[in-house]
Write a protein that binds this ligand. Structure first.
Ligand code: SF4
Length: 184
């Protein structure tokens, strides 16, 4: 059955934002950031068993300039953090980040000087995926959740501007005596 048979009057009403969200979520290219054991599970989603291509991700991009999703799979060492940030900065907007596994999300069991205690100290994170390691099905579920976020994100939303606006709104609600302490 073709699409035209499902549309009673032969036309479809939507918004540009909904159409853009649908297109964006259905054609993401991940830039991999496999750093440790979690990367093995991430690689598994590309195999026929899990088939990440079903979600519009035909391939993992070898260059960040052609990628809009960073999957941080594994612990992030202090030495690797600036490299990770550089790769993120090279990705064109709009872009998204999944912290895969407890190490990427919070440092996990590596609570020591050498490991960044959560990749959100380095780049903004959209989805935190628990597990050690998370199974490939869990990564696919995280991608589906991210798709829902993307579908409802208004066009033109700039992450930094949105964060600044939230910060200013929080400051406006802060009692003056506390604000003096914050500004001091
Ligand atoms: S969460 Fe577990 S599997 Fe993933 S990188 Fe850390 S130790 Fe390895």
């Amino acid at each position: 059955m073709g699409l035209e048979e499902k549309l009673p009057s032969g036309f479809l009403l939507s918004t540009v934002e909904a159409a853009a969200g649908w297109v964006r979520k259905a054609s993401m290219w991940p830039a991999t950031f496999g750093l440790a054991c979690c990367a093995i599970e991430m690689m598994a989603v590309g195999t026929p068993d899990y088939d990440i291509a079903r979600f519009g991700m035909e391939r993992f991009s070898a260059t960040p300039r052609q990628a809009d999703l960073m999957i941080v799979a594994g612990r992030v060492s202090q030495k690797m953090a600036p490299v990770l940030r550089q790769v993120y900065d090279q990705m064109p907007d709009p872009k998204w980040v999944i912290a895969m596994g407890v190490c990427a999300s919070s440092g996990g069991m590596f609570n020591n000087y050498a490991i960044v205690q959560g990749v959100d100290h380095v780049v903004p994170v959209d989805i935190y995926l628990p597990g050690c390691p998370p199974r490939p099905q869990m990564l696919l579920n995280a991608i589906i959740e991210l798709h829902k976020q993307i579908q409802t994100t208004p066009l033109g939303v700039n992450r930094e501007a949105a964060a600044r606006a939230a910060e200013e709104a929080a400051l406006r609600e802060t009692p003056t005596h506390q604000m003096k302490g914050l500004l001091a």
